[in-house]
Design a protein around this ligand. Structure first.
Ligand SMILES: [Zn+2]
Length: 542
């Protein structure tokens, strides 16, 4: 293997750097990095740069340097070779690592790659952005030339996304082209009279030809960002394999969306993070959310008009759009960001900017809140649709006749106390968001997030009593069974008399019977016993 490496214009450490593997220790002819295969984060993967081979001492995976790149990016060794050469020729170690743009979009600053010091302002010549019409023409034709592979179509049709074939086709989703087709695709576009210079994603290759910046590392579904005028302004990619930063903890999902951009390339251009619009430009009510695909899905589920920003704080372009909408007759803006807005300071800030902007253009703004068990408006709507489909003919999951809830089933009959039933009082406490855009870092999250936020126990003073009732159930039931019943009863379609939100993570449930009072913190489907001081919690509303 060692002799082989002489033929390569690069070594395994170049590959390590391209892949953003974290180097923990370095020795004379080898180094130890974290392993991208088993997720080890103690530096168990040995990378030998004398022999250009690697082996993880923890999971046992091993191979050569092309294989390292190819396996992570799900491609072949020969493709890996071409891509690595191309990346290194450009002196661009951050190549393909587009997480940067979404991260910057998030922060709302001009797009620049923070991972590398050799970026546009460091002397890589950039093209002047083409006109909106030119960009639209090039992208439209490019989408026509591309296809949507069956795995991608299946994903979009899956329960998670819930789109129909017609919707998928009308939205124009396509699969990114493989690296080896980028050059010929670009040539065909130029031949057809399209301008590629100044269109995000295209750049002038060192070989003297124009091409598109797509690789196995950035493979995924192309999602067009369309302006209110119907012109395609940009393209996002829903990545097949999310990017992970070397400092990310293993449980972190990584970056799922990037922009199609060529700002790190010769004569390239940044995506500019355009806002997306779908629906009726003259609607009286417009929803604003984060994420183009989310807006597309929610539009089809709700039949409402949506504006999507890429990154909650990427709101500069909302100004001109809001001005136009106000002129068109829009009166109400509905902020429909993910439910993280209750725990994430950054999202909360983004929401308040939307309020401010709407007000500046004389429009009212409201915050949309839904069942916190669903993160995004699309998740929530898909769940509602699924529930509706299942509802027909199906018995309620609740063991009717075996459980009585005083609040909904009326007074629990006295005579059941003679049967093998027993009663228990229960109370539900939920986090109170009294101030505008207030966030609580563990809101709707599990017990680990509570601890991470610095609390040993749920802080009762942040909670409000929302339900104080009683239930009766078979005598032999344990606490867990009682809690599961309460969870099912208040988890989804809540009874009308109930004043709280659907039961979700971070809520506290109290059980109170002859054995005493005990408290449980809801963490997904489990109930963590906690200490809680109900006297500090706010009283129930009227
Ligand atoms: Zn490993």
């Amino acid at each position: 293997m060692g002799s082989f490496s002489q033929e390569f214009p690069f070594g395994i450490m170049d590959v390590v750097e391209l892949l953003h593997l974290r180097i923990r220790r370095r020795q004379a002819d080898n180094a130890y990095t974290d392993c991208p295969f088993c997720g080890d984060r103690r530096g168990k993967m040995n990378v030998n740069f004398a022999k250009n081979v690697w082996r993880c001492n923890y999971c046992g995976e091993h191979g050569g340097m092309l294989n390292l790149y190819a396996r992570i990016n799900n491609t072949t060794n020969s493709e890996a070779y071409r891509e690595i050469c191309d990346a290194l020729q450009a002196g661009d170690t951050s190549w393909g690592y587009g997480g940067a743009e979404s991260a910057d979009a998030y922060a709302g600053v001009p797009v620049r790659d923070p991972h590398a010091g050799r970026q546009p302002d460091m002397g890589i010549p950039q093209a002047e952005r083409a006109s909106p019409q030119e960009i639209h023409q090039t992208y439209s034709l490019m989408l026509e030339m591309l296809s949507l592979n069956s795995a991608h179509r299946a994903h979009l049709r899956s329960e998670k996304r819930g789109l129909t074939d017609e919707q998928i086709d009308s939205l124009g989703f396509k699969s990114t082209p493989p690296y080896f087709l980028c050059r010929s695709l670009t040539e065909r576009l130029i031949k057809q009279g399209c301008k590629v210079e100044g269109v995000p994603g295209f750049y002038l290759h060192e070989g003297g030809y124009w091409t598109l910046k797509c690789s196995s590392r950035t493979a995924g579904i192309l999602i067009p960002a369309v302006g209110i005028d119907g012109l395609i302004r940009g393209m996002q990619i829903l990545l097949d394999v999310p990017f992970k930063d070397r400092d990310d903890p293993p449980e972190k999902a990584g970056t799922k969306y990037i922009w199609l951009s060529s700002s790190a390339k010769n004569m390239g251009v940044t995506s500019g993070s355009p806002v997306h619009f779908i629906g009726n430009p003259f609607a009286r009510t417009i929803y604003v959310t984060e994420g183009i695909l989310k807006a597309d899905i929610a539009h089809h589920l709700l039949n409402r008009s949506f504006v999507a920003v890429a990154g909650v704080n990427n709101v500069q372009q909302l100004g001109p759009l809001f001005a136009l909408l106000a002129q068109n007759g829009t009166e109400l803006i509905i902020e429909a960001h993910d439910m993280d807005k209750y725990s994430n300071e950054m999202i909360a800030k983004g929401s308040s900017r939307i309020y401010l902007l709407a007000g500046q253009h004389g429009m009212e703004c409201r915050r949309l809140t839904w069942n916190p068990n669903y993160k995004g408006i699309d998740d929530w709507q898909l769940a509602l649709r699924k529930e509706k489909q299942q509802k027909e003919g199906e018995n309620r999951n609740l063991q009717k006749g075996r459980v009585f809830f005083r609040q909904e089933d009326g007074e629990i009959p006295e005579d059941i106390s003679d049967s093998p039933y027993r009663r228990c009082r229960f109370r539900i406490y939920q986090l109170l968001f009294d101030a505008d855009q207030k966030t609580i870092p563990f809101a709707f999250k599990g017990i680990r997030d509570l601890h991470k936020a610095g609390y040993e126990q749920p802080p009762a003073s942040e909670y409000q009593l929302v339900c104080d009732s009683e239930l009766a159930f078979p005598k032999d039931w344990k606490d867990t069974e009682i809690l599961e019943q309460i969870s099912a009863h208040y988890g989804n379609r809540v009874p009308e008399s109930y004043k709280g939100r659907p039961l979700a993570s971070s809520d506290v449930v109290e059980l109170d019977d002859e054995t005493g009072r005990r408290y449980f913190y809801i963490d997904g489907r489990t109930f963590e016993p906690v200490r809680f001081s109900p006297f500090l919690a706010k009283a129930m509303k009227g």
